[in-house]
Design a protein around this ligand. Structure first.
Ligand code: C2E
Ligand code: MG
Ligand code: MG
Ligand code: MG
Length: 278
C-alpha cells in the first residue's frame, strides 16, 4: 500500500475506495431511514445479586436492503460523519421512549426502571438537543429520570458545546453515563467537571477476569465509582465466573450475554423470573 508520510497525503487507491464505500453506506443509510429499515433492540441491565432487570439499553439495528445486518460499530461513525445521526438518533430516542411507556402500561411495576440510550458527539453538539430530549420524554409521559443518556469520554473530551448539552440534560433531571469507561480519552478529572451518574466499565476490562484472573482495572474502577458516589455497571459479562467475581469486588449492576442478549422485547412475564446469578 502507498503510505502517507507526515502531513503529506499521497494518492492512495485504498483510501479512495474506503471513502467511496463510506459514501455509499451513507447514501444507503439515508434511504433506509425513510424506508424504515432500522429497529431498536433492548439489552437488560441487571442487579448482579439476583439477575433482576433494572433497566435496558437501547441498541440500534440496521437491516440493510441487500446486505446482511450491518453492525452499528460500522455505520454509526458514517452516520456521524454525514450528519444523519441527528435524525436517526432522535428516531432511536423516540422509539425507546415509546417502548418504555408501552412496558409500563403492560407490565406496571415489572417494567424496567429506565432506558439507557447511546448518544453521539454529533447529537450533543446539535443546538437545542437537550430541549428535544425533554420534549420527547414528555410526549411519552416519562419523567426525565426514566432516561439515562450514554456518552463516551471521547464525545465530551473536546469540551464546549457537548459538555454544555450534557449539563443541560443533567439539570433537566436526565441521568448521564460514561460509556466504555476507561477506553477513550480518559481522564479521571472528567468525573469532576462533567455531571456523571453512572460509569459503564468497558467489556475489555471485564474480559481480564477470565483471561488471567488478575482484573486490576475492574477492581480500581469500582473504588473510583463508589468513592465518587457513582453507580457502576460492568459491561460485556459473558460467564458466571465473571459475574461472581464482579459481585465479590462490590459491583451491583452488570450487563452482558450471560444475562441477556439484545432483543426486540423483554422475556414474557412469569411469576418468578428472577434467576440467581453469580
Ligand atoms: P455500547 O454502547 O458499548 O453497547 C454495548 C455493545 O456490546 C453492544 O453492541 C452490545 O450488543 C454488545 N454486548 C453486550 N453484551 C455483550 C457481551 O456479553 N459480549 C459481547 N461480545 N458483546 C456484548 P452493538 O449493539 O453492536 O453496538 C456497538 C456500539 O455501537 C455501541 O457500544 C455503541 O457505541 C454504538 N451504538 C449502538 N446503538 C447505538 C445507538 O442507538 N446510538 C448510537 N449513537 N450508538 C449506538
Ligand atoms: Mg452504550
Ligand atoms: Mg459500552
Ligand atoms: Mg462498547
Amino acid at each position: 500500500a502507498k503510505a502517507s508520510g507526515g502531513h503529506l497525503t499521497v494518492y492512495s487507491p485504498e483510501l479512495d475506495e474506503r471513502a467511496e464505500a463510506a459514501e455509499r453506506l451513507g447514501a444507503d443509510l439515508r434511504h433506509s431511514l425513510s424506508d424504515g429499515d432500522f429497529h431498536v433492540v433492548y439489552q437488560p441491565i441487571v442487579e448482579l445479586s439476583d439477575g433482576h432487570t433494572v433497566a435496558v439499553e437501547a441498541l440500534v439495528r440496521w437491516q440493510h436492503p441487500v446486505r446482511d445486518q450491518v453492525s452499528p460499530a460500522c455505520f454509526i461513525p458514517v452516520a456521524e460523519d454525514n450528519g444523519l445521526i441527528v435524525e436517526l438518533g432522535e428516531w432511536i430516542l423516540r422509539t425507546a421512549c415509546a417502548q418504555l411507556a408501552r412496558w409500563r402500561r403492560d407490565r406496571g411495576a415489572e417494567a424496567p426502571g429506565y432506558i439507557s440510550v447511546n448518544v453521539s458527539a454529533r447529537q450533543l453538539s446539535e443546538p437545542g438537543f437537550a430541549g428535544v430530549v425533554t420534549a420527547v420524554l414528555s410526549e411519552h409521559g416519562l419523567e426525565p429520570s426514566a432516561l439515562l443518556v450514554e456518552v463516551t469520554e471521547t464525545a465530551i473530551f473536546g469540551g464546549g458545546v457537548a459538555i454544555e448539552a450534557v449539563e443541560a440534560l443533567h439539570r433537566a433531571g436526565v441521568r448521564i453515563a460514561l460509556d466504555d469507561f476507561g477506553t477513550g480519552h480518559s481522564s479521571l478529572g472528567l468525573l469532576r467537571t462533567v455531571p456523571v451518574d453512572v460509569l459503564k466499565v468497558d467489556k475489555s476490562f471485564v474480559d481480564e477476569i477470565t483471561e488471567g484472573g488478575r482484573a486490576v482495572i475492574v477492581d480500581a474502577l469500582i473504588h473510583v465509582s463508589t468513592g465518587l458516589g457513582l453507580r457502576a455497571v460492568a459491561e460485556g459479562i459473558e460467564t458466571a465466573e465473571q459475574a461472581a467475581y464482579l459481585r465479590a469486588l462490590g459491583y451491583e449492576y452488570g450487563q452482558g450475554y450471560y444475562f441477556g442478549k439484545p432483543a426486540a422485547d423483554l422475556s414474557p412475564l412469569t411469576t418468578s423470573h428472577h434467576t440467581a446469578a453469580g
